[in-house]
Structures are given as C-alpha cells and as structure tokens.
Design a protein around this ligand. Sequence first.
Ligand SMILES: NC(=O)C1=CN([C@@H]2O[C@H](COP(=O)(O)OP(=O)(O)OC[C@H]3O[C@@H](n4cnc5c(N)ncnc54)[C@H](OP(=O)(O)O)[C@@H]3O)[C@@H](O)[C@H]2O)C=CC1
Ligand SMILES: CCCCCCCCCCCCCCCC(=O)[C@@H](N)CO
Length: 358
Amino acid sequence: MSSEESLSSTITDWLFINSWWLLLPFIMLLVVAAFIVAFVLLLYMISPLISPKPLKLNGAHVVVTGGSSGIGKCIAIECYRQGAFITLVARDEPMPFNLRFHKTVYNFLIQVVLCISVDVSSDYNQVESVIKQAQEKLGPVDMLVNCAGTSVSGKFEEVEVDRFKKLMEVNYLGSVYPTRAVITTMKERRMGRIMFVSSQAGQIGLFGYTAYSPSKFALRGLAESLQMEIKPYNIYVTVAYPPDTDTPGLAEENKTKPLETKLISETSGVCQPEQVAKIVVRDAVQGNFNSSVGPDGYMLSALTCGMSPVTSITEALQQIITMGLFRTIALFYLGSFDSIVRRCMIQREQSKSADKRE
Ligand SMILES: NC(=O)C1=CN([C@@H]2O[C@H](COP(=O)(O)OP(=O)(O)OC[C@H]3O[C@@H](n4cnc5c(N)ncnc54)[C@H](OP(=O)(O)O)[C@@H]3O)[C@@H](O)[C@H]2O)C=CC1
Ligand SMILES: CCCCCCCCCCCCCCCC(=O)[C@@H](N)CO
C-alpha cells in the first residue's frame, strides 16, 4: 500500500468514526417522522372513541313504538320522568300511562303524552304521516325508540311458514319505517338519537328462535350501517339487547315456548322491564352504540362486538382485554346448551316410545 493510499483510508476511517454527528439531523428527522406517524395512528385509533355529548331529555320529544306495553311502556315512563314529551305508538290506541306518581316537583312544563294508533310494519306512508302529525303537535323528534316487536318460538319445521315473514315485517321493517320517517329532520337539525330494541337472541342464535333471532340480528346490521352514515350529523344509534323480561309479551310467548328454549334462556335470568328501561334509556342518552343488561348481557356484548362502533375508551379497553377470556367461558355455555338440547331430545323420544307401548 502506498503512503498516499494509506493516508486516504485513514482519513475516511477518521471521518466515519468521528463524523457520526453529521448524521444527527437525519436521525432527528427520522425520530420526528416516527413520532408524527405514531401520533396520527393514535388519533385514528382514538377518534372513534370520543364520547358524544349526552342528550337532554328535559323538554325533548321522544317517540316510542310499542309504547303501550312491557319494555316500551317502561321506556316511555322513564323518559317522561326525565322531562320528555312522549308519543306512544301501537296498533291498538295506547292508553296514556298513569302519570300522577311520576311528576317531579321540578317539572314546570306541562308534559304531553300523545297516543297514536298505527301498525308500524304494514305501510310506510301511513307511518310517515303519523310521525308527521306527532311532529306537528310536539315538535321534531329528538329520540326515536323502536320497541314494537313480537316473538314466535318453536322448532324450525314446526313454525308456520308465514311467521318467518311476519317477524321480519314487525321486528325489522317495523323499525326501518319509523326510522326512515324521522331521519331527514334529524339530519337537518344535526341532532338526535335512535334506539333499536333487539334482544340477547339478536346476539346469539338459540334453539326455538329460527324465526325470531334473524329478525333481531337484522337490526344490528341496520344500526351499524346507519350509524356510519349519520355520525357526522351528530345522530347516535343505540342497539339494546335485553334478556328475558317480565312483560305481557313474554307471558304470551311462554305459552308455546319449547322446553329447550326455556331452559337455555333461563341462563341469563328474567329482568324487570323498569330495570331494562333505565339502562337502555341511559345508554341512548349517552349515545352508546351498545346497550346490554345483566352480567351475561355484558359478556355477550363484549364477545360479539365485532366491527361495531364504540363510544368510550373504557369500553374499547374492556373489549380488548376480555374477549379471549369470554370466548373461553362461552365454550362452557355452548357445551351446556348442547347438553340441554340432547337431554330434551332423549326425553321426548323415550316418552314417545312409552306412549306407543301403551
Ligand atoms: N320481553 C322479553 O323477554 C324481551 C323482549 N324484547 C323485545 O322488546 C320489545 C318489546 O317486548 P315486550 O315488552 O315483551 O312486548 P309486549 O308484547 O309486551 O309489547 C309489545 C308492544 O309492541 C306493540 N306492537 C306490536 N306489534 C306492533 C305493530 N305491528 N305496530 C305497532 N305496534 C306494535 C304492542 O301494541 P299493540 O299490540 O297494540 O300493537 C305493544 O305495545 C320487542 O321488540 C321484543 O322483541 C327483547 C328481549 C326480551
Ligand atoms: C360469555 C358468554 C356468555 C353467554 C351467555 C349466553 C346467554 C344466552 C341467553 C339467551 C337468552 C335469550 C333471551 C331472549 C329473550 C327474548 O328476546 C324473548 N323473550 C322475546 O320475547
């Protein structure tokens, strides 16, 4: 190696070792860029988690379909207690509930309860015209509660074929029509709440509910799609998933419910409609997408949250942390449901063959 060459390589070595600081601006640039990317990603993650501003029920106009009985009636009473003007909707002219005990001394407004008779599932134009009437009398709708619904239970092959259509009409279209009738005004006013009363049977398909469950699952698809459309208009959708609730509707359903359905539903117990109403109204006021009742309801909702919107950081964290654990617990539930179904089948077959022998 010539002395010239060795001198140049010494210089490059020296520069390489001692001039790292020349790279400093680049390193800093990289760090800043990484921070910016992380910040933007964080913003994207957090932005759907920002909680909406709660709706003030005092003086608001709340329309409750199915407001003449059971859960719907209790929701109407709960909203009335909080100062709302109510429109009750049902096929039979709904009777205004007994208000004397619910009036608070702080309530200086003379609250009106309007009762409207219409079938929410048969004709859109009719539904639109009664909603218009209600808006003329009590002002634009601030909150719509889609609670009108019914259920049929029975083994798939034993449910009359026309019931499948009927349940989709009442439970699904009966929620689409009133929602369609209020949404334009809500978008114009850039405010509002829409509640769909689904069911725990709208989160899990159960024995005996081949006609009912799909009509309640459908509400979730509607709610998710609609929420994405109307969130920029400051309108929030809530889907409520109550367990069995002690109402005239449940009493009617119990008359023909298969034993399997009864035993499986018993898992998450029977609630009182007042208790359900309190929870779902609170969630709708807060703008929560999901509203569940009871510990099983809580687990089911975390487990089935899928791609549904989430409106608080705590809820998102709970879902992230608990999902695996709840899936493990769910396997035990599914095992016990399978064994209920198997035992009932064996019992039925035994009693059938005993009948034959006699
Ligand atoms: N009770 C339960 O165990 C559970 C119920 N749910 C759901 O909650 C909702 C209410 O249930 P629940 O309180 O038990 O029901 P109820 O049978 O006690 O009340 C049903 C209400 O809906 C009205 N309604 C029914 N069909 C129509 C229609 N086509 N058009 C207008 N109004 C109608 C009824 O009035 P009218 O007959 O005069 O039309 C009544 O006001 C239902 O959607 C149900 O599926 C969810 C989970 C559990
Ligand atoms: C971690 C996983 C937990 C799993 C818990 C599963 C509990 C299943 C219970 C389902 C009850 C369905 C009630 C339907 C009520 C209804 O809609 C009708 N009564 C309407 O009339």
